[in-house]
Design a protein around this ligand. Structure first.
Ligand code: UDX
Ligand code: UDX
Length: 455
């Protein structure tokens, strides 16, 4: 029986391995993690991450051919293929701080694999890594004793949170990069054969290992760039009475541009976009490519501008003072259908509002517990409220920060009546019916459409 081990039971490792186990009952999949609580949660009724449809996939294979464990060494030793899906955060110290990837967990994994392995293995990079990491890994894995052979592949994950299950079940493409040597090609084939159980063969792309590594960074940079591009236009729309939704629709019908990823917003969040772009910037700089580095850095600069602009707009509209005013944040997750708050624009927006001495109340259908972890220093100055109606009661303003469907269904007339007048609503996701809200009496601002005011 083919045995797979995955190190890192996070947002990427957990769902990806659950899908492989579900699709391939004859392959034994063991997911390991140093975090005991996380491993216990994967084996329980309440999974450690919220992801629509994930529970069914896990249930289909759990304890059949899908196992979760903290015994990292045993799982590595037994495995034919080891996926590494540990976190690679942006470095916070030393050379490249704030830009480069912190590879310490990755290298520790490589050293562990080398130490405990007694048979040849394929090592698969799932974490997003700088280009040429595979080479460094090969050197660590093959240093000294060369009795065991390791073949390093890059198999970046393209799933998006909230849609992870359908992205895994029916991916646009699966990318497998490996060495151009016979053993490299053999390893590629072995991994391709696994995905080919459920992914059409023509959607499984194979490349050299560096192209695979760079494609992941590039894909995320392109996606983030689209968001920053439309957000840049949203500022201009507000200044000119153009409507960003209309502009996005008009340009999106051009097939060369396409309609996706053109939603103006308070900015992109999530664990990947900013980290990966900064990583790309650092890589460009490392190779002396200053202009490409600056070009990509601007995508992040634009994102930060969009967050600040939103708060300034709130402040100016509310008569230049929000001190002591109750403000309800509708949504804290970085996008809908996830409880993930990593790099959520809501974090910075919340901080800026608190700096202005606003009384912030946070409501979110899934992310309240994670939100608390993001702002530990503000817990005595911020309230959390599960019920959006209660959050808005007595508030001067609502700021809608996450596009949860639930927020569309609310009775805004009822909410209006419970708020302090004039009641402000700032739609950071452009998802509500602004004309209807204005009719109800709200002062309505939305990104790229500007302010509708009775005053
Ligand atoms: C991770 C990376 O952050 C990302 O760059 C990559 O694209 C995919 O993998 P994610 O799954 O979202 O993304 O990270 P996270 O939820 O933090 O999971 C990583 C897990 O690895 C954690 O549960 C952590 O406990 C575990 N880990 C970390 C180990 O088991 N061993 C280590 O040495 C370090
Ligand atoms: C992203 C990539 O899409 C995925 O392929 C990769 O594997 C990991 O990074 P994810 O971060 O889960 O996935 O979410 P995504 O849907 O890409 O959204 C990222 C951010 O951009 C969110 O904050 C979202 O709200 C924002 N966004 C997205 C917009 O503001 N406007 C858009 O039109 C699209």
């Amino acid at each position: 029986m083919l045995k797979i081990c995955c190190i890192g039971a996070g947002y990427v490792g957990g769902p990806t391995m659950a899908m492989i186990a579900k699709q391939c009952p004859d392959i034994q999949v063991t997911v390991v993690d140093i975090n005991e609580k996380r491993i216990a949660a994967w084996q329980s009724e309440s999974l450690p991450i919220y992801e629509p449809g994930l529970d069914k996939v896990v249930q289909a294979a759990l304890n059949r051919n899908l196992f979760f464990s903290t015994d990292v060494d045993a799982a590595i030793r037994e495995a034919d293929i080891v996926f590494v899906s540990v976190n690679t955060p942006t470095k916070t110290f030393g050379e490249g701080a704030g830009c480069a990837s912190d590879l310490q967990y990755w290298e520790l994994c490589a050293r562990r694999i080398k130490e405990v392995s007694t048979s040849d293995k394929i090592i698969v990079e799932k974490s997003t890594l700088p280009v040429r990491t595979a080479e460094a890994m090969e050197r660590v894995l093959h240093a000294g004793n060369r009795s065991v052979h390791f073949e390093v592949l890059s198999n970046p994950e393209f799933l998006a949170e909230g849609t992870a299950i359908s992205d895994l079940e029916d991916p646009d493409r699966v990318l497998v990069g490996g060495r151009e040597t016979p053993s490299g090609q053999e390893a590629i084939q072995e991994l391709v054969d696994i995905y080919a159980r459920w992914v059409p063969r023509e959607r499984i792309l194979t490349t050299n290992v560096w192209s695979a590594e760079l494609s992941k960074l590039t894909a995320n940079a392109f996606l983030a760039q689209r968001v920053s591009s439309i957000n840049a236009i949203s500022a201009l729309c507000e200044a000119t009475d153009a409507n960003v939704a209309e502009v996005a629709h008009a340009i999106g019908t051009d097939q060369r541009i396409g309609s996706k990823f053109l939603r103006a917003s308070i900015g992109f969040g999530g664990s990947c976009f900013k980290k990966d772009i900064l990583n790309l910037v650092y890589l460009c700089e490392t190779y002396g490519l200053h202009e490409p580095a600056e070009y990509w850095r601007q995508v992040v600069v634009m994102n930060e501008y969009q967050e600040s602009r939103f708060v300034i707009r709130m402040l100016r509209s509310m008569f230049n003072t929000i001190a002591g005013k109750r403000i309800a944040l509708f949504g804290f997750a970085f996008k809908a259908d996830t409880g993930d708050t990593r790099e959520s624009p809501a974090i910075r927006i919340c901080r800026k509002l608190v700096e202005e001495h606003a009384r912030v109340v946070i409501t979110d259908p899934q992310a309240i517990e994670n939100a608390k972890l993001e702002i530990p220093d503000l817990l005595d100055r911020v309230e959390f409220e599960e019920d959006p109606y209660a959050a808005a009661e007595g508030a001067h303003a609502i700021a809608l920060l996450t596009e949860w469907d639930q927020f569309k269904q609310l009775d805004y007339q009822r909410i209006y009546q419970s708020m302090v007048q004039p009641a402000f609503l700032f739609d950071g996701r452009n998802m509500l019916d602004h004309d209807a809200l204005f009719e109800m009496g709200y002062e309505v601002f939305s990104i790229g459409k500007g302010m509708k005011s009775h005053l």
